[in-house]
Design a protein around this ligand. Structure first.
Ligand SMILES: Cc1cc2nc3c(=O)[nH]c(=O)nc-3n(C[C@H](O)[C@H](O)[C@H](O)COP(=O)(O)OP(=O)(O)OC[C@H]3O[C@@H](n4cnc5c(N)ncnc54)[C@H](O)[C@@H]3O)c2cc1C
Length: 420
């Protein structure tokens, strides 16, 4: 993608009267957003419908922070690598404030043919040792501290975190006021302020800036209803550690993931299931059976040794068709349809007016199964948009890939009619 920004992906300059924002949804996206804006000197009202924060997708007992590699360099790989490095830096900063991070490394097993091919291709590329090492079976077993008959991609800086604890630390700033058991239903603009209203149309809060970070229900508002999304429910399982399983030193990635035993609870977390187009998460015994069967397939001795298993957590990850999250201002959808309607004629982008947005409304969502790794970097990008910070040439193409109007623009370029 060009480093120049086409008119339809233009980032406007803002002139806010006050540094105050409302963030709707206190999962990892909302907490990251609150943290970044608090750091920039903003006052935040963070609202959530549940009795506690991080109660939905971000409520797993353990989540993995790791990059995602493609055989050849790609924009996707770039995005994950930037996100990963950014989150590691943030974690090392937050450790001084008591954040617990389990930086035990991750072994991504080459457990089937396509993975094996990727392993070969990655081996031919040049990575810094502290980022990625391509290990054979013997080396994999040595790092894992249990026998593993697989080659692997080893990320020494990866690890796992308790997402709820992460959210608590991020939202713990004195500039962040949290309103629980508060459900946002509508957003209405009055003068220059966005009003966040409840089910009785009573005012919850008002501000010039509102950021929607409400996870699986992203499209509940009339301003966001056209964003293409797909819910994927998932469940994780806990396994009580045995003498054998306690030896495991790193996170293991196969089709799913497995964490080393948590020294406090003596539990491993493993899974997760993928139940597409299901937005009603529910703990089921079947999901635990599926998780155990998957673990048994790749690590039979380990799975067999677990003393006990029980359900951990079920929730929905909201994904997008291209698996990139949404990060940015909400477009003025009518403006887009009116002014970019003839994009399929192939006129130069410079001939089009610059994009207009619903001033003050932003989205950070659609994080799929990688939100713990990617939401920090995306929150930083969005915070930079809101606070008028410049973007580097590396960041510009990433930002375009996260733009909320990317699907609309694709459709208009194909000459498809897109309704309201
Ligand atoms: C089983 C499972 C395992 C996972 N494992 C990993 C992993 O290992 N590594 C990784 O990086 N990612 C993992 N993920 C993905 C990651 O957890 C998600 O991408 C991330 O939690 C999404 O965060 P979010 O803040 O967008 O959504 P959520 O955490 O769901 O937060 C949204 C919040 O908005 C609130 N809300 C919704 N609507 C409203 C409203 N109208 N008014 C007020 N509040 C509202 C909800 O109560 C909720 O608290 C996993 C996900 C699942 C389900």
């Amino acid at each position: 993608m060009s480093k120049k920004t086409p008119s339809w992906f233009n980032v406007p300059d803002y002139d806010w009267q006050k540094k105050q924002a409302i963030v709707i949804g206190a999962g990892i996206a909302g907490c990251q957003m609150s943290w970044h804006l608090s750091q920039a000197g903003w006052d935040i009202t963070l609202i959530d419908r549940n009795k506690k924060i991080a109660n939905e997708a971000s409520g797993n007992p353990a989540g993995v922070i790791s990059p995602k590699m493609t055989s050849r360099p790609s924009l996707g790989e770039d995005f994950y690598t930037h996100s990963f490095q950014y989150t590691l830096d943030q974690i090392s900063q937050l450790k001084k404030q008591g954040l617990e991070w389990h930086g035990c490394g991750l072994l991504q097993l080459s457990h089937y043919q396509r993975e094996e091919k990727r392993w070969q291709q990655l081996k031919e590329r040049d990575f810094k040792e502290d980022f990625l090492q391509l290990l054979d079976e013997e080396e994999t077993s040595k790092v894992a501290n249990i026998p593993l008959p697989y080659k692997s991609s080893y990320f020494p800086q990866s690890g796992w975190i308790d997402p709820t604890h992460f959210c608590n630390v991020l939202s713990g700033d004195k500039h962040c006021k949290i309103l629980l058991e508060t459900k946002a239903i509508h957003l209405e603009k009055q003068e220059n302020l966005w009003h966040v209203l409840d089910e009785n149309d009573d005012l919850i809060a008002q501000a010039e800036v509102v950021i929607i970070t409400n996870g699986k229900d992203l499209t509940q508002f009339k301003q966001t209803k056209n964003l293409p999304t797909m819910p994927v429910a998932g469940q994780t399982t806990l396994g009580t550690a045995s003498e054998y399983s306690s030896k495991l030193k790193t996170v293991i990635g196969h089709e799913g993931y497995l964490t080393p035993a948590d020294t406090k609870s003596d539990q491993h977390t493993f899974g997760a299931t993928f139940d597409r187009n299901n937005d009603k998460p529910k703990i089921t015994q079947q999901a635990d059976k599926d998780n155990l069967a998957q673990l048994t397939q790749y690590l039979p001795e380990f799975a067999e040794s677990l003393i006990n298993t029980e359900s951990a957590h079920a929730a929905v990850r909201l994904t997008t068709p291209d698996r990139f999250p949404y990060t940015g201002a909400i477009p003025d959808w009518d403006f887009y349809r009116k002014h970019y309607d003839d994009l399929h004629h192939g006129k130069k982008w410079k001939e089009y007016p610059k994009a207009e947005y619903q001033k003050g409304l932003f989205v950070l969502g659609g994080f799929g199964s990688r939100g713990l790794t990617t939401s920090g970097y995306c929150a930083k990008l969005l915070s930079n948009i809101i606070t008028n910070q410049p973007f580097s040439n590396e960041e510009k193409p990433i930002l375009q890939n996260l733009h909320l109007a990317r699907y609309l623009i694709k459709a208009l370029k194909k000459g498809l009619k897109v309704g309201g």
